[in-house]
Design a protein around this ligand. Sequence first.
Ligand code: A3P
Length: 343
Amino acid sequence: MATPNSSLQSHDKQETVDESYQKTYKKFDEILPTLPKDKGWFSEHLVQYQGFWLKPRALLGALLINDHFTNPQPSDIILSTSPKCGSTWLRALMFAIINRNTYDFETHPLLTTNPHDLVPFFEGYMRRDGSYSGRVDSLPSPWFLSSHLPHSLLPKSLTSTCRFVYICRDPKDVFVSKWHFMNNVRPKELPPISFEEAFDLFSRGVSHYGPIWDHALGYWKASRESPETVMFVKYEDVKKETSVYVRKLADFLGVPFSANEEEEGIVEKIVRLCSFENLSNLEVNKTVKTTKVRPSVSNSDFFRKGQVGDWVNHLTPEMAQRLDQITKDKFQGSGLSFDLQET
Ligand code: A3P
């Protein structure tokens, strides 16, 4: 039986854009000029759509998914995150868990392929001209996709059928991670953004797929309503007890580790394979390799420090307090919290 994404490349084809897709593009062209705009960090601008700040291309992706991604199956899996919360790591862990009977650890695809090239980016799958990897509805099932789209922007057919894993992270570390990422990938022709200005944008929620707090709350609520279809984890917890979470992920994904696998140490092998130390030192992830899907982002841009609490080296105490206060205010009464160090 096919496992998710084990045969991805053979389906990576171009297709023409038919009339129903043209209707979605037309809708996008009509909506776009009506939306509030703000600064785009590393793109020209972001637009605010149904409460979230998106790159125009992400909005198009969301509309295409809503119009054309039909017939999802319970075996389909979506990894959801706000940017810089650990999607690269979870992509690797989940890919390794799901496909553990397809590949051995000595010749594993993760040793030679960046995790972003093994798990397609859902809303980036379709380009307007129909180029790159084909139509959003032509993906092979079962799917294992990664997305930054907020829960509320995904179609009900999907949220009520597929399995979601959501990873969030202390917004202070997310901001610092995003700041460094932006400086690596930002096109030279855009006017620079200072650390203070970026901080102000982030705090106001003007950040790709932001506000990060509303993004997390959407998936948090969904996970409480339907824990069997939405698994909600925190970067900090996975970092602290990676093997515990590898087992939890496998259980959630319906592929628990057998007693034999436990004896063979498969969990630990997956943890080691996907560790920051291992992945970031692989030749494929050290090189400046971009792809058609992410022309300005190289493989190495997805790996920086991989630590909890690096914000302390970058934020003033006032900045840290401001983000912590927003986090407390936004999450109040939701049952969601971060183990915030006193600032
Ligand atoms: P830092 O910038 O704090 O180092 P995303 O993958 O969602 O874009 O998030 C990127 C963040 O995850 C970066 O954080 C990156 O270093 C970290 N990261 C990447 N791979 C990791 C891994 N295998 N383990 C832990 N963290 C990882």
